[in-house]
Structure formats: structure tokens, C-alpha cells
Design a protein around this ligand. Structure first.
Ligand code: ADE
Length: 243
């Protein structure tokens, strides 16, 4: 997959692409990340990329011609173009799964107080990573990149993301590793006896418990199997008893 990032602050991506799973994915050829400085598409001799808002008001507005030139020079007919903005659709795992199937995506990072409304007409989607306002789209685009890259073949083992929170519609079950006992807190016995049927049942039930307690909104959209229905009933009874 090719990921192109349009930004006014390319240095903000140096750490992101040079560490951990993202670096390994790039080195293995799983994905290619191109960070493109939008400023080079300004025709102004001082490389201005923004101007004062029409109609007055505080701050500066990112100009549509600069962004459009940067898009036209770097996007092909197969490029799925995404504007990073707090006004976009809330980002969910389902969108990450959809993006991971694309050949090429482009993430456009706005900055400053805002961008010219006409920029919206150049893109295929607008994404918000949450109901808060960042100083720019750079961190948001890294969130999207990270969540997409880990889903690509050979980035990490498939099993590592198959049980992810959200990808199955539930929060992930609790995980433990050694030491078996720490400061009076023990790893649940069932995980130590090697009985995979019981381990799977424990994990299913605890994923349901976590989701029930922390994100009941996810359960409302989740299709429970017969077994899960029974386990959830047990969870609810246990929680009501204060177990
Ligand atoms: N740019 C600024 N805030 C943002 C947000 N919450 N999501 C995506 N892009 C942004």
C-alpha cells in the first residue's frame, strides 16, 4: 500500500516512520509512506500557504489553490483522498479495515485555524479522530496510518489483530503474563491449566464483561451467538450480585 501525506510540517513524521512496527512495515515493503510538503506548492515567493479569512475574523485560513495543486501533483486516479478534520466522520475500526484494502490513500493535514471550505470538494472522505480540536491534522493522520498499517498483510501476525478490541465488535479480553502472582494479584487459574476449551470460554466471557461494563453501546450493535447470550446472562447476574 502507498500512503501519501500532505502536510506543512513534514518533520512531525520523522519519529513516526522511524520506529517500531511502522518502520518494520516500511523496511519489509508492506507499505510505502511519502510525506509531501504542501508549502512547495505555493506560488507565492515567500511560500505563503494561508491568508486572512474573507469577511474578516481572527486567524488565517489554509488556501484552496495550494492544497489543490499538491493533490493534483501527487494523487493518481486510484488514490483515495482523505481530509483530516474535526468536522469529519468519527474514525472507527471499520474504516481502518476499509482503508487497509485500498491500493493508495492520501491523508491531507489541515493546520492553523481552518481551511478554505472549497478544499472539501477535492477529497473522497473527511475523518475526525475524536471530538476535540488538535492544532493540525498531523497527529490525526498518524493515528489513521498506524491503525491501517497494522492491518496490512505481513505487518504483524494476523492473530495479533484478529482479537483486537473493536474488530470483533467487543472489547478485547484481559491478558496476563508472568509473574503469575504480583503484589497479591494472581493470574486467573484457568489460564494456567492448558485447557483450551476453558481458556476460550473464559476469554469470551471476560470480553463480554468488559464490553458490558465499559462500552454497553457496542453490545447494542453486536450479534450475540447462543453461547455468548448465555455467557452474557451469567456476566449480568454476577455483576448484579457484585461478584
Ligand atoms: N485536525 C484537528 N483536530 C482533528 C481531529 N479531531 N481529527 C482529525 N483531524 C483534526
Amino acid at each position: 500500500m502507498i500512503i501519501k501525506i500532505l502536510t506543512l510540517f513534514p518533520k512531525m513524521f520523522e519519529g513516526f516512520i522511524s520506529e517500531s512496527i511502522i518502520k518494520r512495515a516500511i523496511d519489509k515493503g508492506v507499505c510505502q509512506i511519502e510525506v509531501i510538503d504542501m508549502r512547495t506548492y505555493s506560488l507565492d515567493k515567500h511560500h505563503h500557504v494561508d491568508d486572512t479569512p474573507c469577511g474578516g475574523g481572527a486567524g488565517m485560513v489554509l488556501a484552496c489553490d495550494v492544497v489543490h495543486r499538491a493533490i493534483l501533483a501527487n494523487a493518481g486516479s486510484n488514490t483515495y483522498k482523505i481530509l483530516m478534520t474535526p468536522q469529519g466522520l468519527p474514525y472507527k475500526q471499520a474504516k481502518a479495515l476499509e482503508l487497509a484494502k485500498k491500493e493508495e490513500i492520501m491523508l491531507i493535514c489541515g493546520h492553523y485555524e481552518g481551511f478554505d471550505e472549497r478544499i472539501r470538494s477535492f477529497v473522497d472522505a473527511e475523518i475526525s479522530i475524536g471530538d476535540y480540536v488538535l492544532t493540525g491534522g498531523e497527529l490525526a493522520s498518524q493515528v489513521v496510518c498506524d491503525s491501517v498499517i497494522r492491518l496490512l498483510d505481513n505487518a504483524i501476525t494476523k492473530e495479533s489483530h484478529e482479537d483486537d478490541s473493536f474488530s470483533l465488535g467487543l472489547l478485547e479480553y484481559p491478558q496476563y503474563t508472568r509473574p503469575i502472582e504480583y503484589e497479591g494479584m494472581a493470574v486467573p487459574e484457568v489460564l494456567l491449566n492448558g485447557n483450551h476449551r476453558l481458556i476460550n470460554e473464559f476469554r469470551k466471557k471476560e470480553a463480554l464483561r468488559k464490553t458490558y461494563l465499559r462500552r454497553p453501546d457496542l453490545l447494542a450493535d453486536y450479534q450475540l451467538s447462543k453461547e455468548e447470550e448465555k455467557l452474557l446472562k451469567e456476566v449480568i447476574e454476577e455483576e448484579n450480585k457484585g461478584l
